[in-house]
Design a protein around this ligand. Structure first.
Ligand code: AHG
Ligand code: MN
Ligand code: MN
Length: 337
């Protein structure tokens, strides 16, 4: 039996009507993402049956091995957004440069740009572990009618107008925000519709989960090492539970629902960490804050960072507010030593 009867489509319309001057373009954009999510979700679900598992045989701009599903998801999201004539440009983890859309002469009357990680956690595809898609939406800065520019993509996260993710897990879900709280929708695969299953999601102020790739522990900054030891100490409500899937979308989703902290620090082996500011950290930071959580690079609020490059990496700490504050205490003590 379906408990929640409001579909994502109805939710989008209701929220659009709440803004008297809304042109419906953002709603249409989210609809494009909803469609691509279904197509990609369908492919992910049957991935073991068809010849779509495994490596595509090329490396992307980050030097990472592209999986076939990375390439498939990238194509589907770009197609879905291109068809709607709302978006003037897309930047993707899988593309070296941004793509100017919808115009042969590269001029463009559309006002939004989208940044995406089409398939997050792709090392998990071959082993039937949940993966995701992350998206981030901005209004362009350059004038409408002119070619889209790099500066349209290099905006701080605080300028985002919407952001979200799709998680292809035991069920497929879309979770997103337009700056008015966070809502989650679960796909009923029999009908092909997303239903509002998680209205107004809130990060618990504190949780008992810490999520970090501890294999890199020896390379972490001292403050982070000490925080991890704090998480493991038998005292008060600790030790915390360690949970790390290796798909940031899934790790974030669990932590937001249950309470927890996600850490991807800089280290001796990756000076700026691993995760990409524009299409991994900023959208998650926007969701985290909208749900009452927090996201920083250890010192600075993620959404205040002025981006310099499309594929820029940053250390990323995100989750329940009180856990983030504790981590920052450890980091600042080490920095002042
Ligand atoms: P992607 O598959 O888009 O390249 O992202 C992978 C990211 C993220 O999803 C995950 O949390 C992290 O990489 C895992 O990294 P480690 O394997 O270094 O822990
Ligand atoms: Mn990713
Ligand atoms: Mn990816």
């Amino acid at each position: 039996m379906i408990k929640n009867t409001r579909t994502l489509g109805e939710f989008i319309i209701k929220h659009q009507l709440a803004f008297p001057y809304s042109t419906g373009e953002l709603s249409n954009l989210i609809n494009g993402i909803r469609l691509a999510a279904k197509v990609v979700g369908h492919e992910v679900n049957k991935a073991g049956l068809v010849d779509i598992l495994g490596s595509y045989g090329e490396t992307n701009i980050q030097g990472e091995n592209q999986q076939k599903l990375d390439v498939f998801a990238n194509e589907k999201f770009i197609q879905a957004l291109d068809n709607r004539e709302i978006v003037c440009g897309i930047a993707s983890e899988e593309e070296e440069d941004f793509i100017a859309l919808n115009s042969s002469d590269k001029k463009n009357n559309n006002k939004y740009v989208v940044l995406i990680d089409p398939l997050d956690g792709s090392s998990n595809i071959d082993v039937n572990v949940s993966v995701g898609t992350i998206f981030s939406i901005y209004r362009r800065i350059s004038p409408i009618g002119s070619p889209v520019q790099l500066e349209d993509f290099l905006q701080p996260g605080k300028n985002q107008v919407a952001a979200g993710y799709v998680v292809y897990g035991t069920s497929t879900m879309i979770v997103y925000t337009t700056g008015d709280g966070v809502n989650g929708f679960t796909l009923n695969p029999a009908i092909g519709s997303f239903y509002l299953s998680h209205p107004n999601i809130k990060f618990p102020k504190k949780g008992n989960i810490y999520s970090v790739n501890e294999g890199n522990y020896v390379h972490f900054p001292e403050g982070v090492k000490k925080y991890i030891k704090y998480c493991q100490k038998e005292e008060e409500d600790r030790p915390y539970t360690a949970r790390y899937i290796g798909s940031m979308v899934s790790d974030f989703h669990r932590n937001m629902l249950k309470g927890g902290i996600y850490l991807y620090p800089n280290s001796e082996i990756s000076r700026d960490g691993k995760l990409r500011l524009l299409y991994e950290c900023n959208p998650m930071a926007f969701l985290a804050e909208q749900a009452g959580g927090k996201a920083t690079d250890g010192k600075i609020r993620i959404m205040d960072i002025e981006p310099k490059e499309l594929h820029q990496r940053v250390p990323f700490y995100c989750g329940s507010i009180e856990m983030l504050e504790k981590l920052e205490e450890f980091i600042s003590i080490e920095n002042n030593n």
